[in-house]
Design a protein around this ligand. Structure first.
Ligand SMILES: [Mn+2]
Length: 311
């Protein structure tokens, strides 16, 4: 903006956390936010394509200061990329193109943490398989979700959002494998018998929602995680009482504190290589859902920056 205009009153920038140029440029940023507005295969209530924009908008109202960390994690620098223009040529093409984008992005991102904002859950197979390949299988995946998402096919396509974790397992099986328990899924309360068989056959660590009342569920989840972890957070992990703006809400979900109780030790003791927040289907009148999704992404950034140089 020309200096002549800078003395006028302007709305904050429309990036994540409404950061000025100094805190949101690529070079100065330790974190990259990638908006992925995609909802081709959502089962019930559509609208996850509007999730990234709603999260960015809500993030303007999240305080920079984090009282648990006693600092402002925005200091790490957060660069918000433009939204990905997802292909309309079918889910397979869309996800393949997204994978190619992630390959290039992770190459230039170096040590930066890339957080994808969905979008429906099927987008996760792009960053997850990219990291499996980059680390030759030395990776486990932490999935917050109401649903196992282990179907081989749904509504005629293997690229449906209900199949995303199966696609990731298939990719791992095709060569590189996975470390630890492979997938650690928490908050699960909606699955098929087929999903259950895969869980048993493959040793997927699953903490069902009804098991999260126990004292040791965090420990059980942590035990399944290897050193390098990719975190995928489907917001329907949360109970619809606090997160109703999602395509397939399920009763009996986790609380905000449940999520924090696991995320904090994961970021503190594991190398989190990447993360995503998916399945927000925003609605007017339900701004608390978008706000919670924005704050969740910011909490992950805060946890990630804890203990890193310069923060
Ligand atoms: Mn789900």
């Amino acid at each position: 903006m020309p200096d002549e205009l800078s003395s006028h009153r302007w709305e904050p920038p429309a990036n994540f956390m409404a950061l000025d140029a100094e805190h949101s440029g690529w070079d100065a940023s330790g974190v990259v936010v990638l908006p992925i507005p995609y909802d081709a295969t959502t089962s019930w209530s559509p609208g996850t394509r509007f999730g990234p924009a709603a999260i960015l908008e809500a993030s303007r109202y999240v305080e920079w200061y984090d009282e648990e960390l006693d600092r402002e994690p925005v200091d790490v620098g957060i660069c918000t990329l433009p939204s990905v223009d997802m292909s309309r040529a079918g889910p397979e093409t869309a996800i393949r193109e997204l994978r190619a984008l992630y390959d290039d992005l992770l190459e230039v991102a170096g040590d930066r943490l890339v957080i994808g904002l969905g979008g429906e859950h099927s987008i996760t197979s792009a960053p997850a398989t990219a990291w499996i390949d980059r680390l030759a299988g030395d990776l486990s995946i932490l999935q917050f979700d109401a649903h196992s998402d282990l179907r081989d096919e749904y509504h005629g396509t293997p690229w449906n959002h209900a199949c995303v974790m199966r696609r990731i397992l298939d990719h791992a099986d095709s060569g590189p494998g996975l470390a630890g328990a492979g997938i650690v899924a928490v908050g699960i309360r909606s699955l098929t018998s087929e999903d259950r068989d895969v869980i048993r056959d493959r040793g997927v660590t699953t903490v069902f929602a009804h098991e999260m009342k126990s004292d040791d569920w965090v420990e059980r989840a942590m035990e399944g995680l290897s050193d390098n972890v990719y975190v995928t957070f489907d917001v329907d992990f949360f109970d619809p009482g606090m997160m109703s703006a999602t395509g397939t809400p399920e009763p009996g979900g986790g609380t905000w504190r449940d999520a924090m109780a696991l995320l904090a030790p994961v970021f503190a003791t594991r190398n989190v290589v990447g993360a995503d927040v998916v399945e927000l289907a925003p609605r007017r009148g339900e701004e608390s859902s978008a706000f919670a999704a924005a704050k969740l992404a910011y909490k992950m950034i805060g946890f990630w920056t804890e203990g890193r140089a310069g923060t």
